[in-house]
Design a protein around this ligand. Sequence first.
Ligand code: FAD
Length: 291
Amino acid sequence: MSGIPERLGTQPTLSFEYFPPKGEAARHEALNTAIRLSARLPDFVSVTYGAGGTDRSRTRDMVADVCASHVTGRHRCPVMPHLTCVGHTRSEISDLLEGYAAFGVTDVLALAGDPRPDLPEGDFRYATDLIAQVRDQTDFGVGVAAFPEVHPRSPDRATDRRRLADKLSVADFGITQFFFDVDDYVRMVDELDALGCDTPVLAGVIPVTNPASVRRFADMNGTNVPADLWERLEAVDGDERLRIAVEAAAALVGQLLDVGVPGIHLYTLNVPEAAEGVLDALGVGSVATGA
Ligand code: FAD
């Protein structure tokens, strides 16, 4: 099966992100979400990585589960593990990459991760260190993270953009952190363009079904949240909250498609209804016949 780089370039790609939850029941539910959303024919799906001890094996287990349904199952598409390198040794990364190749993985999202006091020092510091090992050891496609509103550890905007352009020049594609203003995405792409970088950067879009937890992530990442949207979301719950979250995410996706985004990466939070609502609102993402 071809990897993600071969799928980029003709029309905007559609991808879904899942996280590996704790516990057997939640793991089962997450897999059911992935199987249900596979009817929307994503170009690829991804599974996030937890940097701590048991979180690591949860990612591997979920990648194995999702691969069993998406790589060899009815809807075939790449399953991309996220992989953070801070706190890892070279030989641990080597084992993980070998294991993923055996599952049929063809691509990896190469990340630094966040420094944590409970992690050992490890052999890596930046995402580019990990990319070098992935390139050395595999022929995987390589994606990287991009922050339209600048990474919180960057000293200034110009430095952030220069390092991002350098990283994208050794990767195949980028995926952004979620954001809520199309102008932030357009500005980042223009700044990269001015630096001679034209590696495709897919836009990460989150339907805000859980405003409290999305705000926590946004605060950690320096992402601006629109006060009026949060006010509307926090005033309601249940179906009405879902409706507002879907409407806002669909509006942003529509604007991104209008400015020529190379792909939309939906953060599903393992909830199928919001992703389905966004695709229905836009009339994109077909339902596989007989799935
Ligand atoms: P890098 O690209 O290494 O950059 C980190 C900082 O270091 C930036 O400020 C950069 O400018 C700076 N820098 C880079 N190179 C150099 C250099 N040579 N010298 C000096 N400074 C430099 N985290 C998880 O734990 N698990 C996940 O699954 C996960 N998935 C993610 C998916 C996406 C799409 C995104 C956008 C983020 C994800 N993250 C995840 C978060 C990510 O791990 C953190 O944001 C982390 O702090 C930075 O990772 P990075 O790969 O962007 O780092």
